[in-house]
Design a protein around this ligand. Structure first.
Ligand SMILES: Nc1ncnc2c1ncn2[C@@H]1O[C@H](COP(=O)(O)OP(=O)(O)O)[C@@H](O)[C@H]1O
Ligand SMILES: [Mg+2]
Length: 367
């Protein structure tokens, strides 16, 4: 085990580049493709890192993104041009996840990150000042506090901007010069920071936020937009949940709980049916609750169920370990969602053979 790995095992959540250091190293060592300036890997090796495969020396590369390879190719190709990348999608479609892995694979770091909120100030995108030094010494390079975006420009790396559309429009506009001129002027010092080759930006934005702070057309033109879809099939979604639950369980050092497969399938089925408003066999309509019921929530429901089962149950994942978690994800509005959930239980779940344990556990939660 390398020092990095040893350190990473003690962290609650290592960065992608720490967790997958060995994979990234094997890919870099055996990568024969052309690398864009300042990239750690060729575009094709970056896609292999994301969707899985094998490195030139046989090292197994685990899949990070489960979905169409083509989407990752378009995303990676964008970053090899002068356009920035905007990952768009409903919550839980792996926008943040993909952004972290892309920057880890391309730049070797995923930590040049700005979190967008309604309160994000311009300094978070441009630069700020160390006020003690500013007052003592006046404006100087030493008193300047670079934003992660400024650092990425100076070092030729990928910066990440989460939830772009939550940022007020006038603050968003600070990005226009950065993305079109590839420079960040510092008028106080009469200097500018010009982006080194290899610099780009990956922004994420939520479909549901549309209209909150719509991107200006000037800014939108600087981005290539890639939409991340919901998992196409139940099998895909089961694979995503299974894989993430396994690696989360390992990271949290949860005791192993065998045969979680049945409950994972059940949670995914319930989520997909309520999300789509129709049962998997297409026979029955169901009402849709207000929550998003994302894949990410399915992962939490199962992980929580495993903790329940390992610590308070018999070590096997039972319907009763996941029923409360599912109800918590479905019922966001205690009024209307409770009605929808009850109708689903009585109209659909109750009729299914092999679902009677789950039905009883879920009914208990409602009383
Ligand atoms: N297609 C997918 N492939 C792999 N993991 C996925 C996929 N969709 C969702 N996930 C998982 O769901 C979780 C939440 O994703 P996240 O990136 O936070 O969503 P978003 O930023 O789109 O709201 C992550 O742990 C990720 O592993
Ligand atoms: Mg996100």
């Amino acid at each position: 085990m390398t020092d990095d790995n040893q350190q990473a095992t003690n962290l609650l959540r290592p960065h992608a580049e720490q967790l997958h250091a060995a994979e990234l190293e094997a890919l870099a060592r055996t990568d024969t493709g052309a690398r864009p300036p300042n990239w750690r890997l060729s575009p094709s090796a970056v896609v292999t890192y994301l969707v899985g495969g094998t490195a030139g020396d046989g090292t197994v590369i685990t899949p990070k993104y489960i979905g169409p390879r083509r989407i990752m190719e378009v995303a990676v190709a964008t970053l090899a041009t002068d356009r920035a990348l905007l990952l768009l999608g409903v919550p839980g479609t792996a926008k943040t996840w993909v952004s972290e892995h892309l920057s880890a694979a391309i730049s070797g770091t995923s930590t040049l990150l700005v979190q967008g909120t309604a309160g994000t100030p311009e300094e978070a995108i441009r630069y700020g000042w160390n006020y003690a030094r500013l007052i003592a010494e006046g404006p100087s390079r030493e008193a300047l506090v670079a934003s992660p975006i400024m650092t990425a420009m100076a070092e030729g790396k990928i910066a990440r901007l989460e939830e772009l559309t939550r940022i007020p429009s006038d603050v968003q506009d600070a990005l226009i010069t950065v993305l079109s001129e590839k420079t960040l002027p510092v008028p106080e010092l009469g200097i500018e920071v010009q982006a080194a080759k290899g610099f780009s930006l990956i922004a994420t934005a939520n479909d549901r936020d549309r209209g909150v702070n719509e991107l200006s057309s000037a800014l939108r033109r600087r981005f290539n937009t890639v939409v991340l879809p919901l998992p196409a099939t139940a099998d895909d979604e089961v694979r995503i949940v299974t894989q993430r639950v396994e690696s989360l369980g390992r990271a949290l050092e949860l005791p192993e709980v065998p045969s979680a497969a049945d409950e994972i399938r059940r949670v995914v089925t319930v989520f997909r049916e309520l999300r789509a408003g129709v049962t998997e066999d297409g026979r029955n309509k169901v009402k849709q609750p207000s929550g998003t019921l994302s894949t990410a929530e399915a992962i939490s429901v199962i992980t929580h169920g495993i903790a329940m089962s390992a610590h308070f149950g018999d070590g096997v994942l039972r319907p009763s370990d996941v029923a409360a978690g599912i109800q918590g994800a479905v019922v966001k509005d205690p009024g209307s969602d409770t009605v929808i959930w009850t109708e689903y239980l009585e109209g659909i779940v109750r009729e299914r053979k092999d679902w009677s344990d789950f039905y009883r556990a879920a009914r208990r939660g409602l009383n």
